[in-house]
Design a protein around this ligand. Structure first.
Ligand code: NDP
Length: 317
């Protein structure tokens, strides 16, 4: 069985940047990702506007492959496969679930997050039948129709702006009194003629038998309920870190994230995390990339010295 210096799990921006830096430090580096098209959540974003160095923005489907090409050119190997378990060995970490087991002296887990579920009636039944978490993929299907977005953070705002190009109208249901995403997106959403902002409004049910036909809402202020027509619902209410591989090894914080020090080191020697799985992540494209670079440099130092400081800076999420 080949032993790698570093195995990186996840080939989103965090994992791919970790691979780039690890390979550039001369470490044999394997990246494993379940997706056929590695790139993580950013892959589907049509225009990432706030990644430094791209004044016109950059598409996720351009940036992610370019980054992987850069990491591969530096010597990292990318392999498709779902990692089922990460097991501590005498010399490091063993990864199972691939065609053959993989061993590495250090592991960087950059598995990101998955969209949080609403947990309301209709959601389970209609997921994939009008409920979508990808406006750029599914927006064109609803050309000329009315759709709903749920949430008031950056994802909801960015995806609303994506939908504006395709659909007839968008109602954004926000359970608070204000949007909480960045000002640039918020002001554009507020100015968009096709968009209606429904503040103080909770979506209680997604309506439709075989396909979404609308949502049932409740006003937080008055308790009044209403049925609103919509051909599709795009919920963006935050995300859950994917920490199944890590939970057997490290204690998670109350939100399910992994505490690290500023070098992305967990409490366990040789195990590092990067991106949205870690506690205190700012969850921006540039910051998760930075996490990946930091983790790779920390792994390189660990492999050189075997020194591992205890986690000192556990930042609340
Ligand atoms: P956020 O947690 O930032 O926002 C979630 C939104 O959903 C909030 O408005 C929240 O309301 C609302 N919400 C939560 N639960 C429910 C519920 N059950 N019903 C209705 N509404 C609910 O998540 P995002 O996915 O928007 O962003 C995650 C991270 O990714 C952030 O750090 C963000 O900055 C980043 N990001 C950055 C982008 C960029 O272009 N820079 C693009 C996309 C994401 P409440 O406030 O009441 O909790």
């Amino acid at each position: 069985m080949a032993e790698w210096d570093v195995v990186v799990v996840g080939a989103g921006l965090a994992g791919s940047t970790a691979a780039l830096f690890s390979a550039r430090h001369g470490r044999s580096t394997l990246v494993v990702d379940a997706g056929l098209v590695p790139g993580g959540q950013m892959f589907n974003i049509t225009r990432i506007e706030d990644f430094p160095g791209f004044p016109q923005g950059v598409a996720g489907y351009d940036l992610c492959p370019m980054l992987q090409e850069q990491a591969a050119a530096a010597g990292a190997e990318f392999r498709a496969g779902t990692v089922e378990a990460l097991t501590a060995t005498e010399t490091g970490w063993s990864v199972t679930g691939l065609d053959e087991p993989v061993e590495a002296r250090a592991a960087i887990v950059a598995t990101g997050s998955t969209p949080r579920r609403l947990g309301i009636p209709g959601e389970e039944r209609l997921l994939g039948h009008g409920i979508s978490h990808c406006a750029s993929c599914d927006g064109p299907i609803y050309r000329g129709r009315a759709v709903a977005v749920i949430g008031g953070g950056d994802s909801a705002l960015l995806e609303t702006l994506e939908l504006v190009d395709h659909v007839a109208s968008i109602t954004v249901f926000v359970r608070d009194r204000a949007l909480r995403g960045q000002h640039t997106y918020a002001s554009r959403v507020e100015a968009a003629e096709k968009v209606t902002l429904a503040f103080d409004t909770v979506v209680e049910e997604i309506l439709g038998e075989d396909a979404v036909t609308g949502v049932r809402t409740r006003s937080v202020a008055t308790g009044e309920t209403a049925d609103v027509e919509a051909a599709a619902v795009f919920p963006y209410i935050g995300s859950e870190p994917q920490t199944a591989l890590l939970a057997p090894h490290v204690a998670l914080d109350p939100d399910g994230h992994v505490p690290t020090d500023v070098w992305m080191r967990t409490e366990v020697p040789g195990l590092l995390v990067a991106g949205e799985v870690r506690a205190g992540s700012a969850a921006q494209a540039v910051t998760v990339s930075g996490d990946g670079a930091t983790a790779a440099i920390a792994a390189d130092r660990y492999l050189a010295t075997s020194a591992w400081a205890p986690v000192e800076t556990s930042v609340a999420g």
